[in-house]
Design a protein around this ligand. Structure first.
Ligand SMILES: Nc1ncnc2c1ncn2[C@@H]1O[C@H](COP(=O)(O)OP(=O)(O)OP(=O)(O)O)[C@@H](O)[C@H]1O
Ligand SMILES: [Mg+2]
Length: 296
């Protein structure tokens, strides 16, 4: 089977001068239907070739020249980020650049959290966060994230009353459990319907992590997604064994190595406190449902 889709909703294989910006492919192993229980890999986030290509996207974000800029404003872009059009060689692609830092609209924002979130997504092999690096724009430091084309948000989906295709429900549900796992770990208090993108082949992409890595009691005593979520149970019902094993192995040094200086010691310690809470919650789920139902 020839695969041409890139993991972040891009429809073609690109090349950037000497750098091949082929960030991977849509992910379905040949012959496997990843959307069904028989698929070896359910939610399309784990293919090694996808993960292997992300460095090239990062390189593009770093090296490409800014050839266009447009600032987003309004209630659905409260940090007023910029859409920067980048060009390297004969490849042009957009990115989302953000320099939010500090209290904005009553919430603490940090562009550095965008980078830390991407790096932890990479550490866990989730493949749900688009490549994100630090880049200066007009002299100011900020995060620069690869733009995901051809997606709709959950908000768009609801507005258009689109239904998840039945064949995609299984994979989508598993992606949702991973999103809950990830947001639990990074304490992302802003996962609203605009921040979950749906690719044309119904993979889940997660954007906007500038309100994450909280350290207060609210984010270290309980998890955002659990049986006790304020809006009713929101469980991490099924998780890949490999992800859970990585969580078990996670320690301060591993987080520091992954995130560099983009998190403080206190923020890393809070991640590790949530690690404990997540492992307790997984143990609870296993006791209730059995390991075979929870881990795959
Ligand atoms: N990587 C991306 N690919 C495609 N679209 C993106 C990407 N990043 C951001 N967007 C679009 O830009 C909008 C604003 O980006 P983002 O949510 O990061 O900014 P924000 O100021 O934190 O917004 P909010 O007010 O929702 O918190 C998103 O809702 C989405 O429509
Ligand atoms: Mg935001």
């Amino acid at each position: 089977m020839k695969r041409t889709l890139l993991p972040f909703g891009l429809a073609v294989l690109l090349s950037v001068g000497a750098i091949g910006l082929a960030c991977g492919n849509s992910g379905a192993p040949a012959g496997d239907d990843p959307s069904g229980p028989s698929g070896a890999i359910a939610p399309l986030q784990f293919l090694p070739d996808e993960l292997a290509q992300r460095g090239k996207c990062e390189e593009f974000l770093e090296k490409a020249e800014v050839v266009g800029k447009k600032q987003l404003t309004g209630s659905e872009a409260v940090t007023s980020p910029w859409v920067l059009t980048l060009k390297l060689g004969d490849v042009t692609h957009r990115s989302l650049w953000k320099d939010a830092q500090g209290r904005m609209g009553g919430f603490w924002e940090g562009w550095n959290y965008e980078i830390a979130a991407y790096r932890l997504d990479k550490l866990f092999g989730l493949g749900m966060v688009p490549p994100t690096i630090e880049r200066r724009f007009e002299g100011t430091r900020g995060s620069c994230q690869y733009w995901v084309d051809d997606c709709i948000s959950i908000k768009d989906k609801d507005a258009k009353r689109l239904k998840t295709p039945p064949i995609k429900v299984f994979g989508w549900n598993r992606a949702t459990y991973l999103q809950r796992f990830f947001d639990n770990l990074i304490a992302n208090e802003d996962r609203h319907k605009n921040q979950v993108l749906i690719t044309p082949d119904w993979r889940m992409i997660l954007i906007d992590h500038s309100r994450s890595f909280r350290t207060s009691g609210r984010f270290t005593k309980t998890l955002l997604y659990s049986a006790k979520s304020p809006d009713g149970p929101m469980l991490m019902s099924e998780l890949p064994r490999a992800v859970v094993e990585k969580l078990k192995a996670l320690d301060f040094a591993a987080v520091r190595a992954a995130v560099g200086e983009y998190l403080t010691d206190e923020e890393i310690r809070a991640v590790l406190v949530r690690r404990e809470l997540i492992l307790e919650e997984i143990d609870r789920l296993i006791q209730v449902n059995g390991e075979a139902k929870v881990l795959y």
